[in-house]
Design a protein around this ligand. Sequence first.
Ligand code: SF4
Length: 277
Amino acid sequence: MNVFSFGGGVQSTAALVLAARGDLDCDAFLFANVGDDSEHPATLRYVREVAMPYAAAHSIELHELHRQRKDGSIETLYGRLTRPGSKSIGIPVRLAGSGAPAQRNCTADFKIRVIASWCYRHGARKMKPATTMLGISMDEFQRMRTDSGISYTRLAYPLIDRRMSRQDCINVIASAGLPVPPKSSCWFCPYHRLSVWQRMRDEEPDLFRKACELEASLTARAKTLKRYSPKALPPEQEAVFFTRTMKPLAQAVGNASQLSLFDSFEGDVCESGFCVA
Ligand code: SF4
């Protein structure tokens, strides 16, 4: 079984076009939606209004998957982060003190396991593993890894095999007459570049305000959890940050000089459907 982890971004969409042309052997494209309240709205629009109709027109399976609780209800990442009483931080916030990114489980819980579970339900086993293709292009080859960490899944990189760059992917999408998709990620992802936050502040102020509120609520939670705030930070000091400036988001994005200093450090990491740092 060959499946493609479809993130809804440039690389994934190029792979969809390759499959439509018969240049990529794929049984199903799998879009692990981390939540309608979590994925950036523009990505959801693109997936549902462009990618899905295109896939259907070419008889390609493109399934939207969700993380399900044991009772069958859908859990979203934003829902987990904002649930009253939750102890979860779980996204790659920067920690006060070291500035290191916190350990995250968002990708594993909401994407990797969701796709692996689909493969298992469709027959993947240790002796008969599924191949999960990731949309990583040549310009980000350092994100490749060999071990999926799941006994019944192995990884493949069809765009790397074809020596395709991100620009090649854009050209493939354009040649199919499709619009180029926006970068795909959660709207609150701490991996965003500062310029992405700045654009959100200017063009999507409601979303930006929600991101600032989420950062503040995670800081409040982190202060109650020893593992995030081992030195018992003074109340006036923040504990976690959405940027590596180590300032609350609104301040970080408001500082133009920091924008040029920090912007080049942060990569676009969420295009493959696996959010590999
Ligand atoms: S986009 Fe960011 S926050 Fe969302 S799942 Fe990926 S790493 Fe986590």
